[in-house]
Design a binder for this molecule. Sequence first.
Ligand SMILES: C[S@@+](CC[C@H](N)C(=O)[O-])C[C@H]1O[C@@H](n2cnc3c(N)ncnc32)[C@H](O)[C@@H]1O
Length: 198
Amino acid sequence: MIHADHVDLIRDGVSGSGSVWADFGSGSGAFTFALADLLGTDGHIYSVDQNSGALRDQAVAMRRQFPETQLHQIHGDFTQRIRLPPLDGVVAANALHFVRDQVAVLKLVRETLKPGGRLVVVEYNTDRGNQWVPNPFSFTTFVLLAEGAGFEGARQLSSRPGTFLDGMYAAVAFRVDSQTAIQATYPNNFQHLSEINH
Ligand SMILES: C[S@@+](CC[C@H](N)C(=O)[O-])C[C@H]1O[C@@H](n2cnc3c(N)ncnc32)[C@H](O)[C@@H]1O
């Protein structure tokens, strides 16, 4: 896949969503660069990986390809709680399949998001792993995992056929707090309240 393919896979989950994102398990940066492209120069990207060599390579490539992107690198383990600002979104691409207890990690991801924030995953569309991809989850399974972690509105964004592990998909799910849900259902009531408060 080339850069344009990475952008196309996640575009519908990122566009118009706000500008503070993290890339969990960013590696050498394929989807960090896709985020940089989609967020533009206002974007802040918190790039998390446990591989310091990959982060170094990523920083060099980012300076070359997207010199104005505000990249904040965090060398750490995303199965543990990581200090981050409230995020508009998180991308986890080809990273969660290394984790056994995916619901536990998704709960941590959800905590990092603002109300209304979203998680975008890119994964192989299969539930059968191998030695390189130990714990993949199909889109059908992602819906269940996301619900188990408290996310709502999971839907598939795009897919890419392939011979390795049945191709890939990108999907999105939302952190919807009760206030967000009520505001979405009764927007006029909230407009009225903000008029009273001003
Ligand atoms: C297959 S690479 C994917 C890189 C990139 N997201 C992509 O799609 O090209 C998986 C990355 O996840 C990182 N990773 C796996 N488990 C991790 C963990 N628990 N905490 C932080 N990074 C992790 C690895 O170091 C590796 O860079």
